[in-house]
Design a protein around this ligand. Structure first.
Ligand code: NAD
Length: 328
């Protein structure tokens, strides 16, 4: 069988997708899969929360309709309170529950039918070990990490993570599924934080250290990032940028700078003091900013609209191979 035929066969084997958890990631991922033509069953352990998720599902669908056009998908999206039914009827499952190893393994252990059938089971974890999760839940032969980025219906990349025991076929199936859903799968080793969160937290560690040291304000950090290097990132990734700058310059700057950069292995005071005061960020009304004075919904809407515009532009320029597709 040719590589294309294998990929087609893998795609055809998945029609029914179970999504576990109806929070930020689960609800939007469910809509994304449904609009890509899959039959989706969305589950929450609380029937009340499951039904309450209708508002979020509608909001995501409305946004995509407004910005990408109406869905002509033949896929359906059902709310299913019975985990046994989701387990028995899914070709692929994506868990999107709390970022706690014990809670994830406890839930995954219950997917007996999927494990027996060799269904594709995926975890949306941002940072937890896929090897540990698979071993803790008896899913060594089926579990694959599928780290979506928020908002999952817009951000193209999904980091595909194989655990130490994951068979290559499961990784191929996850890769084919993401391509079919219009995503850009990127393979990554099973290291804490995978690729993206390692990079992002390296930057956040430095940002927090500068606030702790009084180098600058939190606002100054956002201004510098948003209005300098962030603007060129979609066109030029960090590795490309190093080539552009010239590697000898990168080396000489690093020789001078690296000893001065943050290397703390525990969270900075700028974070812990705020948390001790109950200032957890946007949800509580205060974090680094006073959100009671800002329109949080408008900020999120701006984020999502600029992602859509940016992807459209990059696709028009032919520099992005396959991006969010209007529904099939
Ligand atoms: N929010 C992000 O930016 C983001 C990005 C990428 C990946 N993730 C990952 O996705 C997963 C979900 O994150 P989220 O932001 O959607 O969280 P969330 O808090 O918005 O939603 C979590 C969902 O899981 C359910 N839940 C919680 N504990 C459970 C349990 N023990 N059993 C069954 N259901 C349970 C909750 O009812 C809720 O529906 C996490 O692993 C997270 O690390 C989050």
């Amino acid at each position: 069988m040719s590589a294309t035929a294998t990929s087609e066969a893998l795609k055809d084997s998945i029609r029914n997708i179970g999504v576990l958890g109806t929070g930020q990631m689960g609800a939007a991922a469910a809509v994304m899969f449904q609009r890509a033509g899959f039959h989706v069953k969305l589950w929450n352990r609380s029937e009340e929360k499951l039904h309450a998720s209708k508002t979020a599902l509608q909001a995501v669908d409305d946004f995509l309709t407004r910005h990408l056009g109406p869905s002509h998908s033949k896929g359906e999206l059902l709310l299913e309170p019975d985990l046994g039914i989701v387990d028995a009827t899914s070709d692929a499952l994506l868990e999107c529950v709390a970022e706690e190893m014990a809670q994830k393994t406890e839930l995954l252990r219950r997917l007996h039918g999927s494990r027996e059938r060799g269904a594709l089971i995926m975890s949306c974890t941002s940072a937890l070990s896929i090897t540990e999760m698979a071993r803790g839940s008896g899913l060594e032969q089926v579990l694959v990490g599928a780290h979506f980025w928020n908002p999952p219906h817009l951000i193209p990349v999904v980091e595909i993570v194989a655990g130490a025991d994951t068979p290559p076929r499961q990784v191929e199936r996850a890769t084919a599924l993401m391509q079919q859903a219009g995503k850009l799968p990127v393979h990554c080793a099973d290291v804490p934080g995978f690729i993206g969160n390692r990079l992002m937290h390296a930057m956040w560690r430095e940002a927090l250290a500068m606030v702790d040291a009084g180098v600058c304000s939190a606002e100054a950090i956002d201004q510098v990032v948003k209005w300098s290097f962030a603007l060129r990132l979609p066109a030029l990734g960090p590795m490309e940028n190093m080539d552009l700058v010239g590697l000898s310059l990168v080396e000489s700057v690093q020789r001078y700078l690296l000893p001065d950069l943050a290397a703390n292995t525990i969270p900075a005071k700028a974070l812990t003091t705020r948390l001790n005061n109950g200032d957890t960020g946007m949800k509580s009304g205060r974090g680094f900013y006073d959100w009671s004075m800002r329109d949080a919904a408008a900020v999120v809407a701006l984020r999502d609209q600029q992602i859509v515009r940016q992807l459209e532009f990059l696709r028009e320029q032919g520099v992005f191979p396959s991006t969010i597709k209007p529904s099939t």
